[in-house]
Design a protein around this ligand. Structure first.
Ligand code: PFF
Length: 504
């Protein structure tokens, strides 16, 4: 198949916008701030920057390089450079990406519902809290009640359907529409985020939140969970380990400067994440809100609560509330399209099917998956589980797939590229069209340092697992789900990958 029938970017800018749109998403806003809080604010930065320079950036070069070297999507690209075992890894990553896509889109459906909440009394002015950073957990915020009502309502299914349909609409024609959409969406989300950070930092007391993010606290540095948190956050945030970046890069001309592209995309992503952290922490501190709880609590009810107190004018509060969730939806959409494009291009390349068929093969199970994350709360109308069953399902899937799959793919692909293809060949291919040349250190990093670090952290975190799921966990008679979900994921991903790899 020629590159043109597979699709290609019209310009380098189009590619940079699409790849940075993929990287910047819920991970930068929702997950980053709760991770940074959970792992001690300033204490998170050391592992975070380490993860960026030692793993994130070099592995992005690897994934981009793989795409342009082969002109193929992830599984077939890996097969070309490392044989069948590479293809197997590729499919395993692609199927795992589908699990993530399902809950990612469920989250976007919720964000969409919260956005519409601006018209339903979600954001009301006048919620005030005394300034005492993190002193007491805030009382049950009204935004929390709104959120649980939302996820317990059938309307959520419609919101999820809307988000899936938007994804299909954008992906229908492949790169040409993706490029058009990211040209509008990516600048828009930067604009929103810059406005939010200016508002947050100029609130009285907002600066304290910023200081919290900058105050180093080295007490957590010896804890492997902090490092694992930083590594998986970095992989997820940069969209690595799921085949996405290789698929996007495969639509570029062969002579693209992938070292430069990787640096641009990584710095845009981490810059955005940094600004998002500032915005969110300044709002949290001004209103003495306590973000403890699930990963989602911060964006879905703590921040909305804070927004309620930003201004005494109802219309200002409503606009900011609406804009915050619109930001989540827009940033999330430019990521979810990439999460779907990776598998779509892999299926098109392998099975030689039409784009429509490939998209249907993904959207049908994906949509069912997305409603499963919403349904348990819906079939539990009295909210016996406090409406948290769906959240727990999501949390378990996230714990395994987000927490491990990306790092495992990262580990195996560095071994394949470093040892089977040869790190020298990878370095030569990257250097060939780049202004900045990678030194011998890059080979050492890909061959030894990155795989050793990744393997080390995977093994250490597995050893730290308590039972089959790392937290205290009560699912009102449904604890079996904690065992069932990881097993289901492993069976489907390994079985599916074996099937697709052996198919000619
Ligand atoms: N990077 C996206 C985010 O930060 O929200 C999520 C993501 C997209 C992860 C695409 C992986 C991926 F392949």
């Amino acid at each position: 198949m020629s590159t043109t029938t597979r699709g290609s970017w019209n310009s380098k800018l189009g590619f940079i916008l699409a790849a940075s749109g993929s990287a910047i998403g819920l991970g930068n806003i929702v997950f980053f701030s709760s991770n940074a809080y959970q792992y001690g604010g300033g204490a998170f930065y050391l592992p975070y920057f380490f993860a960026l320079f030692v793993l994130g950036l070099p592995i992005m070069m690897l994934e981009f390089g793989l795409g342009t070297m082969t002109g193929k999507s992830f599984p077939l690209a890996l097969r070309q450079v490392s044989g069948r075992k590479g293809e197997f890894l590729g499919w395993w990553a692609i199927i795992s990406a589908l699990f993530i896509t399902s809950y990612y889109i469920a989250l976007l459906g919720w964000a969409f519902g919260m956005m519409l909440g601006a018209f339903n009394g979600l954001f009301e002015p006048g919620v005030t809290a005394p300034f005492a950073p993190f002193a007491e957990p805030s009382p049950e915020p009204s935004a929390m009640i709104f959120f649980f009502d939302l996820i317990a309502s059938w309307k959520t299914i419609i919101f999820i359907l809307i988000i899936w349909s938007l994804n299909m609409l954008i992906l229908w024609r492949g790169t040409s529409t993706i490029e058009k959409v990211v040209r509008v969406f990516v600048p828009l989300m930067w604009l929103f985020m810059i406005c939010l950070v200016i508002r947050g930092a100029t609130l009285e007391g907002g600066f304290n939140g910023i200081m919290y993010l900058f105050t180093p606290d080295f007490s957590g540095i010896a804890d492997p969970t902090v490092w694992k948190g930083a590594f998986s956050q970095m992989f997820f945030s940069l969209s690595l380990g799921l085949g996405t970046m290789t698929a996007y890069a495969s639509y570029l001309p062969k002579d693209s400067d992938q070292i430069n592209n990787s640096m641009l995309v990584s710095f845009l992503n981490c810059g955005f994440e940094f600004i998002a952290g500032l915005a969110i922490f300044s709002i949290l501190f001004v209103f003495a809100l306590n973000p403890a709880g699930t990963t989602l609590s911060l964006s879905f009810f703590v921040i909305p609560q804070g927004i309620g107190a930003i201004s005494e004018y109802a219309w200002v509060v409503k606009i900011i509330g609406f804009a915050f969730f619109l930001l989540l939806v827009v940033a999330g959409l430019t990521s979810s399209i990439s999460l779907i494009e990776g598998p779509a291009s892999a299926l098109i390349d392998k099975l030689k099917i039409s784009r429509a068929k490939a998209l249907a093969m993904i959207a049908i199970p994906g949509f069912i998956g997305s409603i499963l994350f919403g349904l348990p709360t819906i079939v539990d109308p009295d909210l016996i589980n406090n409406g948290t069953l769906g959240l727990n399902l999501l949390d378990i899937t996230d714990h395994w797939v987000f927490g491990y799959a990306l790092l495992v793919v990262g580990f195996v692909q560095t071994v394949l590229m470093g040892w089977v293809l040869g790190a020298d060949k990878l370095r030569a291919a990257l250097n060939k069209h780049s202004k900045i040349k990678l030194g011998k250190w890059y080979e050492i990093l890909i061959k030894f340092i990155a795989p050793a670090l990744l393997l080390g952290i995977i093994v250490l975190s597995l050893l730290q697992e308590e039972g089959l799921y790392g937290h205290d966990f009560e699912l009102a008679g449904m604890n079996w789900l904690a065992i069932f979900i990881p097993i289901f994921w492993l069976v489907v991903s390994i079985g599916g990958a074996a099937y697709l790899t052996t198919r000619e």
